[in-house]
Design a protein around this ligand. Structure first.
Ligand code: TAP
Length: 473
């Protein structure tokens, strides 16, 4: 890629050149963003073959050489940061500002550098004079990386960066609704990486994703997406005993104890739930609030939420955007409508303009809702938060744990010891205290129960894209 750094030059590199393509429309305006290629199974075969051929040479580099490559890739993302953020905003819908497009591109840089810097020395397991045993972490081979549309660049990096660090090559398949973002981040990485170490293949999940998951030359699938597709990948990969990391759906609970200061926690609660306009796996999706502070928490949340601007991503200042696609918009419409019909109170929002351009759903807070209403027990993946009243903390813990999901959870309290004790009883991969959803590249992240298995980030994340080998003697 030439170093003429502009949005136009980025788009020119990744756009489809023939009729095997689909239109990409801006979810905020309906404008044409570009045309994304739709590839076929032959293209996938060729990509896997090239990745297989490139892998031994990549693995033969020293660990330091691969770490240097990741830092150079991070430098490239920094140089291309603004065009990447603009494309992300146009295609995904998220605003440039706030915890959105520029933040996501910054996350790509941070996770690339963390994957480069995380030490993974050989572990000496036993050295007692009679036995010497050590554990080494070797490449698996070719990793298939399948991503969703909500954080299409950053999640791709979460899968690609540790895989490359450990000496694997990667074939990536972005979600079709954000193909251009997946192609763009890879194109920027490929300005510095050796040929064929990272390839992107676009096309439908049910054909390209399915074939990638069942391919005998793929040693590991890194998948982030829905629980339903996670199950299909388990089945598709079974014959080859392909290694899997599955980051699946979430329906995170937050429990607010009676000792909180409602004004002080309103902002944290809001962004825990509404980051990326609610389209985040580990967003706060059901909030359980003690009866004694319920009204005050709701009042403070309404006041904060009403002050956060929603609009077209490219207009600076907006902090919330549209839903990324019509299907997701319709899911949120149906869930809030059903909640309203059941007698729940819509205290903010809930009145989308179906005729408006763009998939905008207003920021919505729903109170006095039955704990088993669909808006509570299903993953809404949008800007509508149900707030459930409880009177006994045991009841809140039981409700939080009763779903099959177990990605994240949070406890809100001014008593750290009490909050920690409750955290230990919640069935979730991560429990935050007085915040929700913050991630760190050195802190392992992943789901309990049907939110998936395996952990990403930090040392655990490097081990997950490696084959452990014990050497004895
Ligand atoms: P999915 O519909 O599951 O799609 C995810 C990816 O899988 C897409 O690239 C999709 O391709 C592909 N795919 C579809 N069918 C496939 C198959 N049979 N075999 C292999 N791949 C297939 O999810 P989504 O709607 O993009 O994302 C929303 C979901 O992801 C939510 O449930 C959310 O909670 C979850 N999510 C989880 C996390 C973590 S870290 N746990 C993070 C973000 C999102 P196409 O687009 O071409 O169909």
């Amino acid at each position: 890629m030439s170093e003429t750094i502009s949005y136009e030059s980025l788009l020119a590199r990744i756009q489809a050149r023939d009729e095997h393509s689909h239109d990409v429309l801006d979810p905020a305006t309906g404008d044409l963003v570009g045309r994304a290629p739709v590839q076929d199974l032959d293209a996938l075969e060729r990509a896997i073959e090239r990745a297989r051929a490139a892998q031994p040479g990549w693995a033969a580099l020293t660990d330091q050489a691969r770490r240097d490559h990741l830092h150079r890739a991070a430098d490239a993302v920094e140089r291309w940061a603004e065009p990447l953020a603009e494309l992300l905003s146009r295609e995904q819908g998220k605003p440039l500002d706030g915890l959105n497009a520029r933040f996501e591109v910054g996350g790509c840089v941070a996770w690339l550098r963390a994957a480069a810097e995380t030490p993974l020395p050989t572990e000496v397991l036993v050295d007692d004079g009679a036995t010497y045993a050590e554990m080494q972490y070797r490449p698996i081979g070719v990793v298939g990386a399948i991503t969703p549309w909500n954080w299409p660049m950053m999640i791709a990096i979460w899968q690609i960066a540790p895989s490359l660090r450990m000496g694997n090559t990667v074939v990536a398949k972005p979600a079709q609704s954000t193909d251009l973002s997946g192609l763009a981040i890879a194109a920027v990485l490929n300005t510095t990486l050796p040929a064929d170490v990272l390839t992107v293949v676009t096309g439908p999940g049910r054909s390209i994703g399915q074939a990638l998951s069942s391919h005998p030359s793929i040693g590991k699938i890194m998948f982030t997406g829905s629980t339903e597709v996670g199950r299909q990948i388990i089945e598709a990969s079974a014959d080859n005993i392909t290694r899997l990391t599955l980051e699946l759906g979430g329906n995170d609970a937050g429990i607010v104890l009676p000792d909180v200061d409602p004004a002080a926690i309103a902002e944290g609660l809001f962004w825990g739930a509404f980051i990326n306009t609610g389209q985040t796996c580990a967003a706060l999706k059901r909030l359980y609030v003690h009866d004694s502070v319920y009204d005050a928490v709701v009042e403070n949340l309404i006041a904060f939420a009403a002050s956060v601007p929603m609009g077209i991503g490219l207009q600076e200042g907006n902090l919330l955007g549209p839903l990324q696609n019509r299907k997701q918009y319709e899911t949120v419409v149906a869930l809030v409508a059903a909640a309203k019909e059941s007698g729940a109170q819509i205290v903010l929002g809930g009145d989308p303009d179906d005729a408006a351009v763009g998939h905008f759903y207003p920021t919505t807070l729903v109170t006095d809702i039955d704990p088993h209403n669909a808006l509570v027990v299903e993953e809404q993946f949008g800007p509508a938060l149900p707030i459930i009243r409880y009177s006994e903390v045991e009841e809140a813990i039981r409700l939080a744990n009763e779903l099959d999901f177990g990605l994240g959870a949070s406890v809100w309290s001014s008593d750290r010891a009490k909050a920690q004790q409750i955290a230990g009883r919640l069935e979730a991969g991560t429990v935050w205290l007085n915040s929700h959803g913050g991630l760190h590249p050195m802190v392992p992240f992943g789901g309990a129960k049907q939110s998936g298995y395996g952990r990403e980030f930090g040392v655990e994340g490097l081990k997950a894209v490696s084959e452990a080998q014990v050497i004895v003697g």
